[in-house]
Design a binder for this molecule. Structure first.
Ligand SMILES: [Zn+2]
Length: 66
């Protein structure tokens, strides 16, 4: 995987900066290692389905089951 580009989502973001693919992104969940007391959330990285460039957008999600 290429190094993620940082991207601040303050506008609509659906076109890859690297290859200009305009069909939106896949998401990749990156699990952070748990600490003793706290289960860590997963980071969300956007990945271009055309060229594979990834974008770090600063999102995290909780993967606990309901
Ligand atoms: Zn791309």
């Amino acid at each position: 995987m290429d190094k993620p580009m940082l991207h601040h989502l303050n506008v609509t973001f659906e076109t890859c900066v690297k290859c200009e693919y305009a069909g939106g992104f896949h998401i990749v969940l990156v699990q952070m290692p748990p600490t003793k007391e706290v289960r860590q959330p997963a980071g969300v990285v956007l990945k271009c389905p055309n060229c594979g460039q990834t974008y770090e957008v600063g999102w995290v999600i909780d993967l606990r089951l309901r």
